[in-house]
Ligand binder design. Structure first.
Ligand code: PEP
Ligand code: MG
Length: 884
């Protein structure tokens, strides 16, 4: 048998699965199998779709007798005596598509099939409702005309509008049986005129036409586009389900509705949903009538008048409620059910795992473990790590009004309101006086760090998801909207233009980092709550994961936040971020502008105590956990002023002439700062810089070991290494600094020296680099840009198009390019470990907080992932899922 009947006590293909039956067909078989009252029907499985195309778009002849047998099954199972095409007691069916995965709205459906000029009279007589019969016929002719015969649906809609105009009414429901009968005649006329042949009156021909049309819709243009966007192979094909129609619009004992077995927004147990008396599913979806509450309690709470289902149809409601438990025990998840009641008889049309908010997902997962429905493992797998983002930041009150003035990219999650400030200095000043500010810039640079920290949120006109603003804002947990193309900043007038709206500096705006919207004025926010179910699920996740989760952080505040989120150490402390504070930047600039080594050393000596205090604070907070400190990485020009107006001030502060400053600035300026004089190249050319930083690290470590009695675990990391010799030289500088400090203090602390792997050459030569390195940390931001040859900073100009055209499946700076960059990571891990068994491996690029990339890291057996503090919980859950 090609087809698979179900319903009426039959579930012929139960267990054959979605690949064969399509999602809908498999679901119906499963429901029938557990005894749910599904309307009977049969499934034509997915392989027939290919046969249909192979036969030039016609139904394979062997299928025709099977379809007839399927109809026979339905006639028997409905047990009402209805027969397909019977003028006295007609059976009506629906014909629907159903691929392996849901493709909502992409393919075609035909309802009420089996109606013709004769059966409509039988339906009218049997149901005692002529209006219902003619309305069903009217809907069927329109749908069949549109889907199967390809007639423009506007023609039918116009005819409906004329009919209402003629009668002087505005609602479809105001047309009576006679009006609808006349309308059917008009519709049949449209069909005959448009296709040059009458509407098919033979019900079997109707059915064959509809099945062929559903198969045909698999290759429709919109389905094609959807498949491409969602990576769905064309050869999967769709199944077709033919099923008895049930009607929720056959009087006051009929109804249709949707129910959830738990509240999808809070996760609370209890029956939740809505229904409409005497209505069809489309009426609910189309929003023509407002649905009523399912339960009396919900109705009373809302103060609504119209009877709840519990009150209007108490017997059927009790039956439905009994099914909830059956469904949850069977599916072991919250279900979203579509049901119809036809003259007092309940039918379940569909059930699936219900969509839910992050809060509900956590509660349902934890409650179901407690109820014994699922185990911890399943609970961990049930919650989408990316959804946790919703929980970790304040979000906008969904009920609040929004006056959106511009849109950009959702670069960093969370929501914040504040006064517009146009530069970093103003941000710091106004924030210091207790004002909430939003930093608005064309784009940000490392110079803006202090202002970004002072601001509640950041908005930029340029830059993508991995622009400086985006990365730094995510690291700090500040909401950020970047690349808002319609935003223009006038620094002279000190005002901002958002498309048509102009606002002066100081005007209040609100950012929604979750969707990239910018609103005028203040919009109320809701604070996150990280206790209860959230904390419980995190602990379960910790017990199941094998990779450690560290954080990328360098300020004491961020380190403390990360620990409170469960970070198990620091995977990347970017020391350059410590150089931008107003008291230090002067010494940094003196160091850069010094004419010789002695001058540099004098400036570095002033920085040493400050760096030492930074590390002391971090080691103290991390109390014995490993801390990877990366030595200076960015090119030096980033520390020099870029604006003419600042040259005089800086020259003054550092004691050199403006001309010297400008000359040095011009010398240092790089067109592509990402691959120039940076990383360990700075350490190689100016070893005294790394020497100072290493000394600061060891002095701090010794001090903390003496004070706190826990030995800190410094891991000194050298950036941008490409050859072993670079690391050999830098390791000698670091080890010498360590020995000097240990000798001076008489205290030794354990430490490691390692390197970032962020250049392809380093990945390939990992074997020899591991001779010197005690750990590798994959800097996948730089490794991505150097492997792909795409600059991190301006990729957003074309990456969107690249993703749309399928050149990259995802933004490679967000989700690791496993085939390319991932291959290098794999090679480096293998070669590194072969040379040094037990070599510690971690990842500290932005990918360290991305669930898909974390899953890849698990396959390589990395020891840890490191991500920004606000992503630590996401990484903990993703790492647990990867390990399961
Ligand atoms: C990296 O390149 O992946 C990295 C973590 O370093 P940064 O982002 O500071 O260049
Ligand atoms: Mg890097």
């Amino acid at each position: 048998m090609i087809i698979h009947p179900f319903g009426g006590g039959v579930a012929s293909a139960h267990g054959l699965g979605k690949n064969h039956l399509g999602g809908k067909g498999a679901n119906l078989h499963e429901m029938a199998g557990i005894g749910l009252p599904v309307p009977p029907g049969f499934v034509i499985p997915t392989p027939v779709c290919a046969d249909h195309y192979a036969a030039g778009g016609t139904l394979p002849p062997a299928l025709l007798p099977e379809i007839a047998a399927g109809i026979g099954h339905i006639e028997t199972a409905v047990a009402s005596g209805a027969r397909f095409g019977d003028a006295d007691h007609p059976l009506l069916v629906s014909v629907r598509s159903g691929a392996r995965v849901s493709m909502p709205g992409m393919m075609d459906t035909v309802l009420n099939l089996g109606l013709n000029d004769a059966t409509v009279l039988g339906l009218a007589a049997r149901s005692g409702d002529a209006r219902f019969a003619w309305d069903s016929y009217r809907r069927f002719v329109q749908m069949y005309g549109d889907v199967v015969l390809g007639i423009d649906h506007y023609l039918f809609e116009d005819a409906l509008e004329y009919a209402k105009e003629d009668k002087g009414v505005s609602l479809d429901t105001e047309l009576d049986a006679d009006d609808l009968k006349a309308l059917v005649a008009a519709y049949l006329g449209i069909v005959e005129r448009e296709q040059g042949a009458p509407f098919p009156q033979d019900v079997t021909a109707q059915l064959h036409g509809a099945v062929a049309a559903v198969f045909g819709s698999w290759r429709s243009e919109r389905a094609d586009v959807y498949r491409r966007l969602n990576d769905i192979p064309e050869d999967w094909g769709t199944a077709v389900t033919v099923q008895a129609m049930v009607f929720g619009n056959r009087g006051e004992t009929s109804a249709t509705g949707v129910a959830f077995t738990r509240d999808p927004s809070t996760g609370e147990r209890g029956y939740y949903g809505e229904y409409l008396l005497n209505a069809q599913g489309e009426d609910v979806v189309a929003g023509i009538r407002t649905p009523q509450y399912l339960t009396r309690a919900a109705r009373e709470k809302a103060g609504a008048k119209a009877a709840s289902m519990e009150e209007a149809l108490p017997v059927v409601y009790a039956e439905l409620a009994a099914l909830f438990d059956l469904l949850e025990r069977h599916y072991r998840d919250m279900q979203d059910i579509e049901f119809t009641v036809e003259q007092g008889k309940l039918f379940v049309l569909q059930t699936r795992s219900g969509k839910r908010t992050a809060k509900a997902a956590l509660k349902i997962a934890c409650d179901m473990v407690e109820e014994g429905l699922i185990d911890q493992r399943t609970a961990i797998l049930r919650v989408d790590p990316a959804m946790l983002d919703q929980m970790l930041h304040p979000t906008l009150d969904p009920a609040a009004k929004r006056d959106v003035i511009v849109r950009g990219l959702p670069a960093s999650p969370g929501a914040a309101s504040g006064a517009i400030v146009l530069d970093s200095e103003t941000a710091e000043k106004r924030a210091a006086m207790g004002e909430d500010v939003i930093l608005v810039r064309v784009e940000t640079s490392p110079e803006d760090i202090a202002g970004m920290h002072a601001a509640r949120g950041i908005l930029t006109a340029r830059g993508g998801m991995t622009s400086h603003a985006a990365v730094v804002a995510r690291g700090m947990g500040r909401p950020c909207v970047s690349g808002a193309g319609n935003l223009a900043i006038d620094m002279n007038a000190r005002s901002v233009r958002f498309g048509g709206v102009e606002l002066a500096e100081g005007a209040v705006i609100t950012l929604d980092g979750a969707n990239g919207e910018v609103m005028r004025g203040t919009v109320a926010t809701v604070q996150p709550e990280l206790t209860g179910d959230f904390a419980r699920l995190m602990l379960w996740a910790d017990a199941h994961r094998t990779m450690a989760v560290r954080t990328n952080a360098e300020t004491p505040a961020d380190c403390a936040t990360a620990r409170s989120f469960g970070a198990e150490g620091i995977g990347l402390a970017r020391t350059e971020h410590m150089f931008f504070s107003p008291e230090r930047i002067v010494s940094v600039r003196e160091m850069i502008l010094a004419a010789d080594e002695a001058g540099r050393r004098a400036a570095l000596a002033k920085l040493l105590p400050a760096q030492r205090e930074d590390f002391r604070a971090i080691f103290g907070i991390m109390a014995g956990l490993p801390v990877t400190v990366r030595l200076l990485d960015p090119p030096l020009h980033e520390f020099l002023p870029q604006r003419e107006a600042d040259f005089a001030d800086v020259a003054d502060a550092t004691g050199v002439g403006v001309d010297v400053l400008k000359r040095r600035n011009a010398e240092l300026h790089e067109f592509n700062p990402m691959l120039g004089h940076r990383g360990c190249r700075l350490g190689v050319t100016f070893p005294e810089i790394y020497e100072m930083q290493a000394r600061a690290i060891f002095e701090a470590a010794v001090a903390v070991a003496q004070e706190a009695g826990v030995a800190p675990l410094p891991e000194v990391m050298v950036p941008l290494v490409g050859t072993r010799r670079e690391l050999t030289l830098m390791k000698a500088v670091i080890d010498a600094a360590a020995e000097a400090v240990f000798a001076e203090t008489g205290v030794r602390v354990p430490y490691l020296v390692g390197t970032m792997i962020e250049l392809p050459r380093a990945a390939l030569r990992a074997g020899e680099i591991a001779e010197d390195a005690e750990f590798f940390s994959f800097g996948t931001n730089d490794l991505t840009q150097t492997t792909l040859g795409i600059s991190r900073d301006d990729a957003s100009r074309f990456l969107g198009v690249y993703v749309d055209k399928g050149i990259y499946a995802h933004d490679p700076f967000v989700t690791l390019d496993v085939d390319g960059v991932g291959e290098l990571v794999r090679i480096a891990a293998e070669r590194g470990r072969a040379a040094r068994p037990g070599l510690k491996l971690g990842i500290c690029g932005e990918h360290g907080g991305d669930p898909a990339s974390i899953a890849f890291c698990q396959t390589l057996g990395l020891d840890y992932v490191s991500c920004s503090p606000w992503r630590v919980p996401i990484a903990r859950l993703a790492a647990a899922q990867a390990a399961l």
